[in-house]
Design a protein around this ligand. Structure first.
Ligand code: ZN
Ligand code: ZN
Length: 126
């Protein structure tokens, strides 16, 4: 068995199937169950609500989602309504784009725009 550094805590461990050590794996399962239980009760919870309620960080939750173990409906970061993809619903996106038009780089891609808008939204709230 090859020795490897745990991707989570950095400790050396004997790598079998996972990138993380047995201890972190156990912790991860606990986190997973917390999130799963919460979603059973609140199936339409948004990512931020889940993080707040369970204390599990975004990185971990995205990992579960990527692995196909969880599915979370994305919700608009601005108004909170469920959306098909992305971070903002079309209405909020348009509204925000209008607000930032003067400072936004004209050649921005859609991704750059989204990043900019989310950053703007966060600053606006803070
Ligand atoms: Zn570890
Ligand atoms: Zn919205």
């Amino acid at each position: 068995m090859p020795l490897a550094n745990c991707k989570e805590c950095g400790k050396l461990f004997f790598k079998v199937a996972s990138d993380i050590c047995p201890e972190c794996q156990k912790k991860e399962e606990e986190d997973f169950n917390k999130v799963k239980d919460y979603l059973r009760e609140y199936p339409n919870a948004s990512l931020s609500e889940i993080m707040e309620a369970t204390g599990v960080n975004e990185k971990k939750i995205s990992k579960f989602i990527k692995a196909g173990r969880l599915s979370i409906k994305p919700t608009c970061e601005s108004c909170g309504r469920p959306i098909d993809s992305g971070k903002l619903c079309p209405e909020c996106r348009m509204k925000l784009l209008r607000e930032v038009k003067s400072v936004l780089n004209p050649g921005s891609t859609k991704e750059q725009e989204d990043t900019f808008l989310l950053e703007y939204l966060r600053k606006k709230r803070a």
